[in-house]
Ligand binder design. Structure first.
Ligand code: ZN
Length: 590
């Protein structure tokens, strides 16, 4: 071996020792968080894609930026950079990062991180642009696991009797378990998962419960869609792997949507085109489980968000009851698959960078086959920043927090708060008040023009009220016409007064049912109030008897004129017919 070879071998050995020392040292440290400073005002950080940053460093010089990439420890002639941030896809897009000035720890090699810092230029050693970091955080994968219809009390009984070994060790080893309560909606599948997957109260999504949904969840509102938009379609993988068809439809007119009263739109219709993997179907854990493991296997090197849904407890509860052996066996099966998911993450060596949030859409009525009033559920997680109980509307914000997306401008603003931060003053009390309100709103009053007069624009007026009135919808023949804007007044009770101008010019004659649905922001066993009136358009009324003789005489006269003209061959029968006076609605009498 040449002396040069010996030198390079020794250098390689030193490098390997230093690298292993560095790796073992850095594993014991958690990424540091930015410390809020009282003396220096926080600069406004703008997010830029790393591709953009690397090619616009001169223009960005002095700017406070946020960007993301892989931490790479490239051999370098520069003394002052701590590592390089390299784009996930484009290896030539990279920028040096200094964390030493802020006393931050150094990330793991190849960790996907988000860095906040200022673009600066140093003229030493030939000059170099770098990001002077003030904070960085590892970008985590998130798996949101759904155990459909698992009642909190029953879960705790099973945990305490040692029957859920995987959940027990998940929570005990490096996890947490908190209470979640549904405070604002009916406890069923559509309402529950819609709120969990969006972070919105129902009237923003249009999905109130299994019966009352008026359209799909608006495009872009769900967590996986936002993840795709936020991180970039080709930089993140998303999955929606669901064990139900009914109430979890992804295609219009399928499952329960086939018989929808107000729409046939599938509530998750926008997901298949936006996500990488999107499947549903009435199938048990042993069918969906393997495809979940396959997703993890396929995406072990990618950043990902996955929603994994198990329907088994819900089916067993409806079939055999909440206190049945079957219900418990279904929960045990879910626990078994939780174990398999955790083992797979471990085998793929991605446990450390994957957060798991496990929750249910609703509980179960004690000892029953139903879950009409079942607001008590739970959230188990390995996110050690989660530190309080919450409302179901807090689950999506919690997931966003785990993904590093909290603090974005969500449009519309989310209705909940992450379980990693405390609730603003007064919010908890307000939620409790609504939960304890079990009275549905009184029926709204509706006034509309009726009968012959509805040929043109019809003003429909209503008045709805309730202590916690939150939404009023106006429907005609079960089609949603408007959910506002109404005039809202809030005193002892909340009153909504509305006028809807119904253009009835071109609607067919017949009867029309006008419905006003009034929803309060209610406890889980409260419902919607429904008021209806029926109006008629163009229904030919009975003639008063006194009109029969004069009309008969006019008709006879006209018939005679018509026959005369026919004989003279002046006009086709069609044209002649048009000379008959047309019955218009205004000329009819009631
Ligand atoms: Zn159910």
């Amino acid at each position: 071996m040449s002396s040069l070879g010996k030198i390079s071998n020794s250098l390689l050995l030193i490098f390997l020792i230093l690298t292993s020392l560095f790796v073992s040292w850095s594993i014991t440290f958690q990424p540091a968080k930015a410390q809020p400073s009282t003396s220096i005002p926080n600069p406004i950080f703008n997010y830029y894609d790393l591709n953009y940053v690397s090619s616009n460093l001169t223009a960005l010089n002095g700017s406070a930026i946020i960007t993301r990439g892989l931490a790479k420890f490239l051999g370098s002639i520069y003394m002052y950079e701590d590592f390089w941030l390299q784009d996930q896809l484009n290896q030539s897009a990279k920028v040096a990062v200094v964390v030493g000035f802020a006393n931050l720890t150094i990330p793991q090699p190849d960790a996907l991180i988000e860095v906040r810092g200022t673009v600066e230029y140093i003229s030493l050693s030939g000059g170099l642009f770098y990001i002077n970091a003030s904070s960085w955080e590892e970008v985590k994968n998130v798996i949101l696991i759904g155990w459909d219809a698992v009642q909190r009390d029953h879960l705790f009984e099973m945990l305490n009797s040692g029957r859920l070994s995987n959940l027990t060790s998940f929570v005990n080893q490096n996890g947490r378990l908190f209470n979640i309560t549904i405070m604002d909606h009916i406890t069923d599948t559509k309402a529950g998962w819609t709120q969990i997957l969006t972070g919105y109260r129902w009237w923003r999504t249009g999905v109130f419960n299994n019966e009352y949904w008026f359209h799909s969840i608006p495009r872009g509102y769900t967590i996986p869609e936002r993840v795709e938009n936020y991180f970039g379609k080709d930089k993140v993988s998303t999955a929606f792997i669901v064990g139900k068809l009914g109430h979890m439809e992804i295609q219009d007119g399928t499952g329960d949507a086939a018989n929808g009263r107000y729409t046939h739109e599938a509530i998750y219709r926008n997901l298949p085109s936006a996500l990488d993997v999107c499947t549903n179907g009435a199938r048990n854990a042993n069918v969906v489980g393997p495809s979940m493991l396959q997703f993890l296997e396929n995406n072990k090197d990618n950043h990902f968000f996955a929603f994994f849904h198990f329907s088994d407890p819900d089916f067993a509860g409806h079939a055999s009851g909440e206190n049945s052996i079957e219900y418990e066996q279904a929960i045990e099966l879910c626990d078994n698959w939780l174990g398999q998911i955790i083992n797979k993450l471990s085998a793929l060596n991605i446990s450390q960078k994957t957060l798991i949030y496990l929750t249910a859409d609703h509980g179960f009525d004690e000892g029953a086959l139903s879950h009409w009033n079942a607001p008590y559920i739970f959230l188990a997680t390995n996110d050690m920043n989660v530190n309080r109980n919450g409302d179901q509307v807090d689950v999506a914000p919690t997931v966003y927090y785990g993904l590093g997306m909290w603090g974005q401008n969500f449009d519309p603003p989310l209705d909940g708060y992450p379980l990693q931060v405390n609730l603003p003053e007064g919010v908890e009390q307000d939620r409790e008040n609504k939960l304890s309100d079990t009275t549905k709103p009184p029926e709204a009053t509706i006034v509309s023009q009726n009968g012959a007069n509805i040929a043109a624009t019809v003003d429909i007026r209503f008045n709805a009220s309730d202590k916690y009135l939150s939404a009023v919808l106006l429907l005609i023949n079960d089609t949603l016409k408007a959910d506002g804007p109404w005039a809202w007044q809030s005193k002892e009770t909340v009153v909504a007064t509305g006028t809807y101008a119904w253009d009835a010019t071109s609607v067919d004659p017949g009867s029309y049912i006008i419905t006003v649905l009034a929803f309060d922001e209610h406890g889980a066993n409260n419902g919607v109030s429904t008021s209806t009136i029926t109006v008629y358009k163009g229904v030919i009324p009975e003639f008063p008897k006194s009109m029969i003789l004069p009309l008969f005489l006019v008709a006879t006269l006209l018939a005679a004129v018509f026959l005369k003209r026919q004989r003279n061959g002046h006009a086709s029968s069609a044209k002649a017919a048009s000379r008959f006076p047309q019955f218009s609605i205004d000329e009819q009498c009631l």
